[in-house]
Design a protein around this ligand. Structure first.
Ligand code: AMP
Length: 215
């Protein structure tokens, strides 16, 4: 499937994308993961992106579009992709349209994960992420804890709180979402591509998406 996952930070885009990769071999493309790996590896991209990310602000559109233009042409995208955290601004969505047309790729749809603000805040402050860049499994200290030692159940690496999961950075990320990303709901609605799902259970969300894909 070729799908965009839309929703505020903490809506469950990453968890749902990871589950959906088992459905038909589509790959998860998380611009946040790509950027975090670049920051860790101290590449030119990482050094440019670090400050924006730590403050909870968006990285400039140009950097993101360069990443996506290259990523979407990698062979593993042929079976399909789940765009997790991209596009995040109207200019990115417009450039994505041009890029997809150039690559003769048609989007199946855009899934808008609609989650109440109190749930989002609770999830973001209790989230832990596997620090192994090849794993990045997502945990929650209340509902899906890592091992008692605080390690990833899958690979054993420490499950840590992300640098942008301080209360200050979370506040900026949510404001940024409201201002820059939420207009995409209307953008994709007008194109007839949007499906909004309000469930809090990732299993139910995945079931709804896969059922919609079969239609
Ligand atoms: P995420 O893991 O999707 O919450 O992304 C973490 C951070 O990476 C965001 O707060 C932004 O600083 C940056 N980022 C990720 N995706 C994008 C994007 N499409 N456009 C701009 N910045 C992004």
């Amino acid at each position: 499937m070729k799908v965009v996952l839309l929703g505020p930070p903490g809506a469950g885009k990453g968890t749902v994308a990871k589950q959906l990769t088992n459905y038909d071999g589509s790959v998860q493309i998380s611009t946040g993961d790509i950027l975090r790996n670049a920051v860790k590896a101290k590449t030119k991209l990482g050094l440019e992106a670090k400050g924006y990310m730590e403050r909870g602000e968006l990285v400039p559109d140009k950097l993101i579009m360069d990443i996506m233009e290259a990523r979407l042409q990698e062979p593993d995208c042929a079976k399909g992709f789940l765009l997790d955290g991209f596009p995040r601004t109207i200019p990115q969505a417009e450039e994505l349209e041009v890029l997809l047309a150039k690559l003769s790729i048609k989007l199946d749809g855009v899934i808008n994960l609609d989650v109440p603000k109190d749930v989002i805040l609770d999830r973001l402050t209790t989230r832990r992420t596997c620090s192994n860049s090849d794993c990045q499994e997502i945990y929650n200290i209340k509902s899906k804890p890592p091992t008692p030692e605080g390690n990833c159940m899958k690979c054993g690496s420490p499950a840590v709180q992300r640098a942008d999961e301080t209360v200050e950075a979370i506040t900026v990320r949510l404001e940024t979402y409201n201002e820059k990303t939420s207009p995409l709901i209307n953008f994709y609605e007008k194109k007839g591509l949007l499906k909004t799902i309000s469930s809090l259970s990732s299993d139910k969300i995945v079931a709804e998406i896969t059922a919609a894909m079969k239609k």
